[in-house]
Design a protein around this ligand. Structure first.
Ligand code: ZN
Length: 300
């Protein structure tokens, strides 16, 4: 028995053979699961969990792409490019059914075909304009090279490292300023992040990457943007996401060609909306809110 992306069961309850953790975002519950010796995640995810929660990771680790043994089951691991270290898990059950659990996905290009796909729908509502986007790389590049100082609002884990990769890819090789924890995460997640500096008294040259709420604290005369597909920030947004949009999710499902797709994440109604949409185009699907916590034989 190995749950994926769950909290840890209290010690007096039956313990699973393993807690598989797809990545280090808090809504995937690594903060709780990382404290169990039965936790299993990628090396990068373990490092990110330790920095983010200032606790020792107690489980075991694998290199992304490795095949691991979990209670006698061979589980293959695949990158989803949602964060550094983000992992999809793939195994066959005892009658040969191929099962893939993706966690959050930015790029499905390296995921394997499967019979049961268990996936996310963070941007899964086809009727919502916010669920249709392409990364605005040109907009970010323009903002970076405009005259004057620039600050990008980005969450410390995931988006901030993507921002650094993009900024370096655009050819900027000067200092990037960020708070201590974001800097530690970025140094440990990226092979070559270039010059990273702190905030505050250490100088104010370079490009800033800070949490969206911290933009208020930076000088008024800086140009400030939030890297997000959300529209409820008091600053202009540049659409840079670490998820697939709804067309990307649909294309992923079609490519992986499962018999059935279970949409398990996030909370709210988007899993249901995406599942409903898949059924409307002839792809069998169900969302987790429709099945409670038991997969019936009828379903499988
Ligand atoms: Zn995530």
């Amino acid at each position: 028995m190995f749950p994926v992306d769950t909290t840890r069961s209290p010690g007096k309850h039956v313990q699973p053979d393993a807690y598989l953790i797809t990545h280090a975002h808090s809504d995937h519950h690594g903060k709780s699961a990382m404290l169990s010796p039965n936790a299993v995640c990628s090396e990068k995810t373990a490092v990110a969990l330790e920095i983010r929660h200032d606790k020792r990771y107690a489980g075991r680790m694998f290199g992304l792409g490795d095949e691991i043994d979990v209670g006698g089951i061979r589980v293959k691991t695949f990158p989803t490019e949602h964060t550094v270290g983000a992992t999809a898990f793939y195994w066959k059950n005892d009658v040969g059914t191929r099962i893939l659990v993706t966690g959050d996905v930015k790029d499905a290009g390296r995921l394997p075909p499967c019979d049961i796909l268990i996936t996310e729908a963070n941007y899964g509502d086809p009727a919502d304009p916010a669920c249709h986007f392409a990364d605005d790389l040109e907009g970010m590049k323009c903002a970076l090279f405009e005259n004057g100082k620039v600050a990008f609002g980005a969450y410390e884990f995931g988006k901030a490292q993507r921002a650094v990769e993009l900024i370096r890819g655009f050819g900027y090789d000067g200092a990037i300023r960020m708070d201590a924890r974001t800097r530690a995460l970025t140094r440990n997640m990226l092979e070559d992040a270039g010059e990273l500096e702190g905030l505050g008294s250490e100088g104010d040259d370079g490009v800033f990457i800070v949490a969206p709420w911290y933009l208020d604290k930076l000088p008024w005369n800086m140009k400030k943007y939030v890297l997000s597909c959300r529209m409820d920030y008091p600053y202009p947004t540049i659409r840079i996401s670490d998820h697939l949009d709804v067309r990307g999710l649909e294309n992923m499902v079609k490519k992986l060609n499962p018999e059935v797709t279970l949409v398990y994440h996030p909370g709210g109604n988007r899993p249901y909306k995406f599942s409903e949409y898949l059924n409307s185009i002839g792809i069998d699907s169900i969302s987790i809110d429709q099945i409670g916590n038991v997969l019936s034989n009828e379903f499988t």
